[in-house]
Design a protein around this ligand. Structure first.
Ligand code: ADP
Ligand code: MG
Length: 702
């Protein structure tokens, strides 16, 4: 594609700022802009004009329907399409779309998870336009990004708390900047770039496996003779079919104004990654949700299935989603850019300490924010950060922290020299100055932090909600302290305070290899959390200190937190229940079919040999049959145990106890059963199995 075509198609399906400026009357455009910038209320006549203009534009682009697009607690997106048509008495139609329809919708929301919220309040929910994320056209429908709430204003989605957390962070960061003399700053936005990993496999192979279809991951399957040990896939040459898919994907994303930037092969066979250019957090979150949808759609068109599960294959690297995060002021300054000038250093150090303090104090809910049944398989396996949250700052910053700790920054000399000393210890960073520690869950990478724990299927709304709120709290506390310093003591007081903050939260900083057992032990000595599974982590969500945090910053009400706690646990239990049922069915039917086929053919071989040469020993046949039979017996017992434990677990009424039982009993039964199924499967020829093996799934793409 030529460059002119790219700029022609980029954003061509988005009702963006440019289109609004061109098409809206000036005063209306200004009013909308003000709403977007400051979150102010939109008058109905303004909404009417915007709706009419949006409709005209959408019709020109061939749209026939519109939908309020929202992000309920399922972690997916939801939409209900209404057409623009409004029949008239004379049998013709008008095409209508009013301001009211733009601003507010009433989806029949009774079937979305609410964790008990709607039972106690109102049965219905409504969607409210989020003008800060632009409307767009997909498959002939005008999509309007919205927040989803109950009639009493309780949020039922992932967007509302994200917007609230961005507000509280903006206020706190602006407050600190004002204290530091940057009074021009009116707001601070959080920026997010989320790198998305995924697998592509042949669609026919995908549909031939019940486990992939129903659960997104393989529940049985012997390893292929080759895995990723040759390291021949990472950044490898793209296969032509994959390359064609990626081209198409980029184009579809660009049309939607999604700045897809980098694409490459990942570590595992058939695994790939897409990274966009960063954007304001809520737009980035919307765009990541859209990216996942478009990936699946384009994959289907290319006869692929796109797997977004965190661990589709045992023994092969899983997929994550790196959440790159920073803060940018209304003046365009990236607050995590260490910069060159000494004045900036103290500002940078304060923001850095605010983040280190936030992660240390709220590591437990950072862990909660990425908890899911799928991600539990990935965290702590050998390709992803452990379940322990720590902060990596890199060698250069580590030296800065050490010199602050050791008092090498001379706090006693005059203000002017202190500043120079500050400049001296804080080198000017280039991006590549931070060596890439891939094993850290939360790493400083030059001018942003990269949170690497989120799983590939996760909405990045939650991690950003927690991060924004926790950092806002640290910043508030820092501001309170700085406000007590007299002007002539400000510089010195602040530097001392930075040192205090550092020693209080030093334990969360870890620059070593996070994949080792040594670190697990060291982290325990340091008193850090190691919340291995979702049921381990989830009680933290409702711990008093965390409820207080969210409530103080108006990110969640108490009932919103409690309902989310219920939803996450329920979702976890349901996921494992479906997996267990699928596994039982697959083992009983598909696997057993393959086993019997192979056993029959060996028996036939042996029998006909004996017929031909009476008294023949048929040693190999006997050995194979005996081994298969041994595994078959274990498999029979394993299925029985799984069925029994599953039934018991399903009847537990307390949601936490139930989730624990799914983790401790059902999942471990599944693991134990799998060992025998895989051992038997490894002996059975591919042709006898009614489902494709790992070798085919992972290596058949050309
Ligand atoms: P890396 O090689 O460390 O992964 P990249 O430059 O490729 O670094 O960036 C990775 C992701 O980080 C991209 O999605 C990019 O847009 C995003 N990113 C870069 N700067 C920022 C920032 N200031 N805030 C948020 N995300 C950022
Ligand atoms: Mg990265």
């Amino acid at each position: 594609m030529s460059t002119s075509t790219i700029s022609d198609i980029y954003g061509s399906l988005v009702f963006n700022d440019k289109i609004m400026r061109e098409r809206l009357p000036k005063d209306i455009y200004k009013a909308v802009h003000k709403t977007i910038q400051n979150g102010t209320h939109l008058e109905i006549d303004v909404a009417n004009t915007v709706a009419a203009t949006m409709k005209e534009w959408a019709l020109e682009k061939g749209a026939t329907h519109y939908t309020h697009w929202f992000q309920p607690m399922t972690g997916l997106t939801a939409e209900k399409h209404d057409s623009f048509i409004s029949p008239t008495a004379d049998g013709s139609v008008l095409l209508e779309f009013s301001g009211k329809e733009l601003v507010k919708g009433e989806p029949d929301a009774s079937s979305f998870p609410s964790g008990g919220l709607r039972a106690t309040f109102e049965a219905r929910g409504y969607t409210a336009w989020d003008p800060s994320s632009p409307a767009f056209i997909k498959d002939g429908t005008l999509y309007i990004p919205t927040a989803f709430c109950s009639y009493t204003g309780e949020s039922l989605d992932k967007k509302t708390p994200l917007l609230r957390s961005m507000e509280t962070l903006s206020e706190a960061a602006t407050r600190l900047l004002h204290i530091l003399g940057k009074t021009d700053v009116t707001r601070v936005d959080t920026t997010v770039g989320s790198e998305q990993e995924y697998f592509l496999i042949d669609k026919d192979l995908y549909t031939a496996r019940e486990d992939l279809l129903l659960t997104g991951r393989t529940l049985i399957g012997a390893s292929a003779p080759k895995g990723q040990e040759m390291e021949d896939h990472y950044f490898g040459v793209l296969k032509p079919k994959v390359s064609a898919f990626m081209h198409d994907l980029d184009e579809e994303l660009w049309k939607l104004g999604i700045p897809a930037k980098t694409k490459h092969n990942e570590v595992a066979p058939s695994q790939h990654e897409l990274a966009p250019v960063f954007e304001t957090a809520n737009i980035a979150v919307d765009h990541n949700q859209l990216t996942m949808e478009v990936m699946k759609k384009v994959a289907d068109k290319h006869n692929f299935a796109c797997l977004l599960h965190e661990k589709p294959f045992e023994g092969i690297n899983g997929s994550g989603k790196h959440n790159n995060w920073s803060m940018v002021t209304s003046e365009g300054e990236n607050l995590l850019d260490p910069g060159k000038t000494p004045e900036k250093n103290i500002q940078f150090l304060l923001f850095l300490m605010a983040i280190i303090k936030a992660i240390d104090e709220y590591a437990d809910i950072m862990r909660v924010s990425v908890a899911s049944a799928g991600n539990d398989h990935r965290l702590g396996a050998n390709e992803a950060p452990p379940a322990i949250v720590s902060v990596y700052v890199g060698d250069a910053l580590e030296r800065v922290l050490e010199s602050i700790e050791n008092g090498e920054v001379d706090f006693k000399s005059s203000a002017a020299t202190q500043m120079e000393t500050g400049a001296h210890v804080l080198p000017h960073f280039r991006k590549d100055n931070t060596d890439r520690n891939r094993t850290s869950p939360f790493a400083f990478t030059g001018n942003k932090f990269e949170f690497r724990m989120p799983g590939s299927a996760l909405s990045v709304a939650n991690p950003n909600v927690v991060l924004n709120t926790a950092v806002a709290e640290s910043l508030d506390q820092i501001c309170e302290k700085l406000e007590t310093f007299a002007p002539d003591n400000f510089e010195l007081g602040t530097r001392k305070y930075i040192k205090e903050l550092l020693s209080a939260h030093r334990r969360i900083v870890f620059n070593g290899n996070g994949y080792t057992d040594d670190w697990v032990q060291e982290a325990e000595r340091r008193g850090l959390y190691n919340l291995k599974s979702l049921p381990d982590a989830m009680p933290s969500l409702i711990a008093p200190k965390n409820k207080e945090l969210f409530m103080k910053h108006h990110v969640f009400t108490e009932s919103e937190i409690e309902s989310r706690y219920e939803i996450y646990l329920e979702n976890y239990s349901k996921t494992i229940c479906i997996e267990a049922l699928t596994m039982i069915e697959m083992v009983k039917k598909d696997f057993t079919e393959g086993l019997f086929k192979y056993q029959a053919s060996i028996t036939d071989t042996a029998l006909s040999k004996k017929q031909l040469v009476p008294g023949m020993a048929c040693e190999l046949e006997t050995r194979i049959l005996t081994r298969l039979d041994r595994e078959a017996q274990e498999i029979g017992k394993g299925v029985e145990k799984l069925e029994k434990d599953l039934a018991e677990t399903e009847s537990i009424t307390d949601s936490l106890e139930q989730a624990k039982a799914y983790h401790e009993k059902v999942l471990s039964d599944m693991d134990a059963l799998r060992v025998h199924v895989d051992a038997a499967e490894a002996m059975i020829p591919e042709n006898d199995l009614p489902y494709p093996t790992y070798s085919k799934l992972l290596f058949s793409l050309r």
